[in-house]
Design a protein around this ligand. Structure first.
Ligand code: SF4
Length: 346
């Protein structure tokens, strides 16, 4: 019976060092291979040119490198790039490079499909198929970093976990991936340039605060009224706004870091004065800023972006209440790469 080869990137550096010692080799060999796997992103054992041929063969006999493969890359008129990424088991996720004048931001996926069921989101229609492994998250970032260097002559500057999936439902793997992304043995990026965006899982927000994570937190809020939020994000029934608020207060108490609220204004859903007042009130609990995000319809259904007047009213009211507000114009609409549109249509 053929033995199933292990994914070598599931091993820690220590485990890799131990493996080589057990093989009668030096522990240092483990360091060399580890560097190839992460810092140099080797796709095959053949690539590891300072490792002897015999050792490479031995690795080949025992392990696999489950590297992702960018199946298709689409470029938008505005420079945005969307990758359809094939995983070792044939499933596909998407990740996006969003360039601005000074920055290259990677928007990466954390799950295949999603465990949640936000009504306005294309990914929700796929249901959750599985969580991504840390190396699969890491590889998406490396692929986008390479594209940023190639097309924009600069390395990646920021990462947002805002692609497919709810990152806090794949907490351990997301954290392990961020460890690699920020470690000098990986990409060496500052955690300050990474934002994990959640739909708001109170228990996990508290856990992140307890774990003293160093990255930023964003919450897809979209409404500060329970009935409205539940109608568009049904899991709000289980994690109501009071619980969310309490977890965010806890986060701020422990980390002293501001929270970003992601907020889309939809026509007839959350564009009334009552909705604005509730948001202003919610913003008073914890230091925060609000990102108003332009919406990209996923079909002709009930979710349509509110008109400009309603958006202006939101922005003015927030500003009058001294709440920092940014407006995020949508990017990559023509290639279905914008927020809420990722659903493997390519
Ligand atoms: S918006 Fe995010 S959390 Fe909600 S279904 Fe889509 S991918 Fe999942």
């Amino acid at each position: 019976m053929a033995t199933v080869k292990k994914d070598i990137r599931a091993l820690t550096k220590e485990q890799l060092r131990d493996f080589f010692v057990k093989q009668g080799d030096k522990a240092f060999r483990g360091n060399q291979v580890y560097e190839w796997l992460w810092q140099k992103s080797a796709h095959t054992f053949e690539d590891m040119t300072n490792i002897s041929k015999e050792t490479r063969q031995m690795l080949e006999d025992n392990f696999v490198i489950n590297h992702i493969k960018v199946d298709t890359m689409q470029r938008s008129n505005d420079g945005t790039i969307k990758n359809a990424v094939r995983l070792h088991d044939g499933l596909i996720v998407e990740s996006v490079l969003i360039p601005t004048a000074t920055r290259s931001t990677a928007c990466v996926s954390s799950q295949v499909g999603c465990s949640l069921d936000c009504k306005f989101c294309a990914t929700a229609r796929l249901k959750r198929m599985r969580n991504l492994n840390p190396d699969e998250i890491y590889d998406q970032v490396v692929a986008i970093d390479n594209e940023s260097r190639l097309y924009f002559n600069r390395p990646l500057s920021n990462i947002v976990f805002m692609g497919m999936g709810e990152p806090l439902m794949n907490y351990n793997n997301v954290l392990k991936a961020i460890d690699k992304i920020t470690s000098d043995e990986g990409l060496g990026m500052s955690p300050k340039r990474i934002t994990v965006s959640t739909s708001g899982v109170p228990k996990m927000i508290k856990k992140m605060a307890d774990d003293a994570v160093k990255f930023n937190l964003a919450v897809s809020l979209h409404s500060a009224i329970d009935e409205v939020r539940t109608s568009i994000m049904p899991f709000n029934d289980n994690f109501p706004l009071d619980d969310l608020r309490e977890s965010l207060e806890y986060w701020y108490q422990k980390t002293k870091r501001k929270i970003s609220y992601e907020y889309v204004v939809w026509k007839g859903i959350n564009d009334s004065q009552k909705d604005i007042d509730a948001l202003v009130n919610f913003c008073k609990y914890v230091p925060c800023k609000v990102n108003i995000i332009e919406y990209n319809p996923i079909d002709d259904g009930e979710f349509q972006q509110a008109n400009n007047e309603a958006l202006e009213h939101y922005i003015n009211t927030l500003e009058k209440n001294r709440i920092v507000v940014n407006v995020r114009r949508s990017r990559g609409k023509d290639i279905d790469a914008a927020c809420g549109q990722l659903a493997n249509k390519s």
